[in-house]
Ligand binder design. Structure first.
Ligand SMILES: CC(C)(COP(=O)(O)OP(=O)(O)OC[C@H]1O[C@@H](n2cnc3c(N)ncnc32)[C@H](O)[C@@H]1OP(=O)(O)O)[C@@H](O)C(=O)NCCC(=O)NCCS
Length: 220
């Protein structure tokens, strides 16, 4: 892996490895001066009941639909509101601590709109305003890539409903399970996943491998 990194013409490589490789970070740090441990990501999985096994198809209290191209501005505004100030692994590097990741999340969420291998679910309030979204990657291993609830609508079970809606939609599409992940300190969604029949499966470590050191960090 380090040979590949060395051959690549990149200032920064974001590298993830399984957390049970407990000796791996020490090994990397001995071989490379400019390695930063950036975060730990936990992965949870929920089995999705087959359509035939479901007795209640309206478990959620909210109104929802799949988003289409016309929803782009509303979804972009929702993502910006939901993730304002959110800090992901890029904040671990001194020179990137102030990088605003929100526009990246907007782009990521919108990439699931009108896509063959993804879908975007939105929950609506009584005025048809989008108050929550889930961007879902399809395929053999479906995954909720990004999901959130508008800050003004939190603490009322909207997220719990959203997770049920996604499970129902995937069940209709013949899927057997769905993955979801976040940083290990993001306790609110993790508690919600546990309440929503997700179980912890594994964790990965994120490290930054810098060619010459992060922007404001002197090279050792
Ligand atoms: C994580 C997130 C989606 C949760 O949304 P939410 O709709 O507030 O979630 P819920 O309402 O289902 O649960 C939140 C809390 O409200 C509580 N709650 C739910 N329904 C409630 C009700 N009717 N009355 C009072 N409290 C309630 C839950 O018990 C939970 O409490 P806890 O945090 O102590 O466990 C939201 O905080 C968010 O968008 N965060 C930023 C984005 C993010 O981190 N996304 C996840 C990773 S992609």
């Amino acid at each position: 892996m380090l040979a590949i990194v060395d051959a690549a013409d990149l200032d920064l490589v974001v590298y993830r490895y399984p957390s049970d490789w407990v000796e791996h970070f020490g090994d990397l740090a001995r071989r490379r001066a400019n390695v930063i441990h950036a975060d730990t990501v936990v992965y949870y999985r929920r089995l999705v009941a087959p359509v035939s096994a479901r007795t209640d198809r309206t478990t959620h209290s909210g109104r929802w639909r799949l988003a289409g191209g016309g929803d782009q501005p509303a979804v972009a505004a929702l993502v910006r509101a939901c993730f304002a100030g959110y800090r992901n692994h890029y904040a671990a590097a001194p020179g990137l601590a102030t990088v605003d990741v929100v526009e990246g999340y907007v782009e990521w969420a919108l990439s699931h709109l009108d896509s063959e291998d993804g879908l975007l679910v939105i929950e609506l309030d009584a005025n048809d305003q989008a108050i929550a979204f889930a961007a879902v990657g399809l395929g053999d291993d479906p995954e909720i890539a990004l999901a959130a609830v508008h800050p003004s609508r939190r603490g009322a079970g909207v997220y719990h409903d959203l997770l049920d809606v996604v499970a129902e939609e995937l069940s209709d599409r013949g899927c057997s399970h769905v993955w979801i992940s976040t940083q290990v300190h993001n306790s609110t969604p993790i508690r919600a996943w546990t309440r929503s029949e997700f179980t912890f499966e594994f964790a990965v470590q994120t490290v930054h491998l810098w060619r010459a050191g992060p922007p404001s960090m002197p090279t050792r």
